[in-house]
Design a protein around this ligand. Structure first.
Ligand SMILES: Nc1ncnc2c1ncn2[C@@H]1O[C@H](COP(=O)(O)OP(=O)(O)OP(=O)(O)O)[C@@H](O)[C@H]1O
Ligand SMILES: [Mg+2]
Length: 371
């Protein structure tokens, strides 16, 4: 596949802060690629380096196959939509969208045609004569987007463009953005700290932590097969359940052990090479949807709380004095708060991490959805 953007070993420091720490990735033509990570992990810095607003200390940036590292922003064929989308409040919407074309001295007939087209794509036609400062936040956001789209850049860079609109509008705009992107086929590099947004919007996601890229994959790969404890903790709502302990081997069988708690891990050992973790501190992770109430289950606990979540029940089950896990079950399941239950886990969907390094042991025979 063709890379519209290629970032090769890019680093950037600000004084003592390493904002971006040797990252490399490629964005393919026509995809929505998202940089996802917690606040301060270096997303904006990466985007600004690609846009040419920041110079990397080391590494190269390629756009459309061309090395643009030493080119100014206006020669890079990209457009950046900022977090705080600055519209010109006193100009009308048409003038706002036309701004970049005017700067480029596009003839007025052509300019009008392009502005009207983009306005139509984004559903701004009815606002073209309104003052930009008077329209709603979601329209202002679209104006900022339109200003970029109208100059037809090779790549659209978007830095948390939906953070300022309310939750409901955000959801709608996410869908619209996706739909528009599909329709016009533009390449988008999107930045967000919101994992749900990234999962819903992206073709591929690059998860960042402390200036580094920790995993790249499709939303399903990232959700289903987190390669580190960090990604497992960061992705999914509700979050994954975690139980810490020491991996022990007794009589050839593997267990997760903590105080008097002992959970057999044989079923999971079919998927991972756990031998390398014997006697080490580990963290076991599983999602609520990958566990169920089952009299033969390996885990035991007592139900603390029962929540109705749509068409299922979320049971909060205390399995250790300081560990409560969430398990989904059918709304028709006969359960009562305070009662003891056993939980079985889908062994192919249980994740094991070395607690110290946060890393996953090697899979056995490429199973467990390893790409
Ligand atoms: N111009 C600057 N001067 C000094 N430090 C900076 C500068 N820009 C960014 N940083 C620091 O670099 C690190 C990465 O910042 P960056 O803005 O790229 O993170 P981010 O992932 O976009 O975070 P957020 O989700 O909060 O927007 C942070 O520690 C930040 O404080
Ligand atoms: Mg940022």
């Amino acid at each position: 596949m063709e890379a519209e953007v290629a970032v090769d070993s890019v680093s950037k420091r600000f004084g003592d802060t390493v904002a971006v720490d040797g990252i490399s990735f490629e964005v393919y033509r026509g995809e929505i690629f998202t940089l996802l990570g917690p606040s301060g992990c270096g997303k904006t810095t990466t985007l600004r380096i690609i846009a040419g607003l920041e110079k990397p200390d080391t590494g190269r940036v390629y756009i459309g196959g061309r090395d643009v590292t030493d080119l100014p922003p206006q020669k890079r064929d990209v457009c950046l939509v900022f977090q705080e989308y600055a519209v010109f409040p006193h100009m009308n919407v048409f003038e706002n969208i036309a701004f970049g074309l005017k700067v480029r001295r596009i003839p007025s007939n052509d300019l009008r045609k392009r502005v009207v087209e983009v306005a139509e794509t984004l559903g701004l036609t009815d606002y073209l004569n309104s003052r930009a400062g008077r329209v709603g936040l979601s329209e202002q956001q679209k104006i900022a987007l339109a200003r970029c789209m109208v100059v037809e850049p090779r790549v659209l860079l978007l830095d948390e463009p939906l953070t300022l609109v309310d939750a409901k509008t955000r959801e709608r705009m996410r869908r619209e953005l996706r739909e528009i992107q599909r329709r016009i086929g533009i390449t988008m590099l999107y930045v967000t700290h919101d994992q749900l947004e990234a999962l819903m919007l992206s073709d591929r996601i690059a998860v960042m932590n402390r200036g580094r890229l920790v995993q790249i994959g499709t939303p399903i790969e990232i959700y289903d097969n987190p390669q580190s404890l960090f990604v497992a903790q960061f992705i999914g709502s509700p979050t994954m359940n975690f139980i810490e302990g020491v991996l022990k081997k007794y009589g050839g069988k593997l267990f997760l052990e903590r105080d008097d708690f002992k959970m057999p891990l044989d079923a999971i050992a079919k998927y991972y090479d756990l031998e390398q973790l014997v006697d080490r501190e580990v963290v076991i992770g599983f999602r609520p949807e990958d566990s169920s109430i089952d009299a033969k289950g390996a885990l035991e606990g007592s139900i603390e709380l029962i929540e109705v979540v749509g068409d299922k029940l979320a049971l909060h089950i205390k399995v250790l004095k300081d560990v409560v896990v969430k398990v989904y079950t059918s709304i028709y399941e006969d359960v009562a708060a305070g009662s003891k239950v056993r939980i079985s886990l889908n062994p192919g969907k249980v994740h094991v991490f070395d607690k110290t390094s946060g890393r996953k042991p090697l899979p056995i025979g490429g199973e467990h959805g390893i790409p």
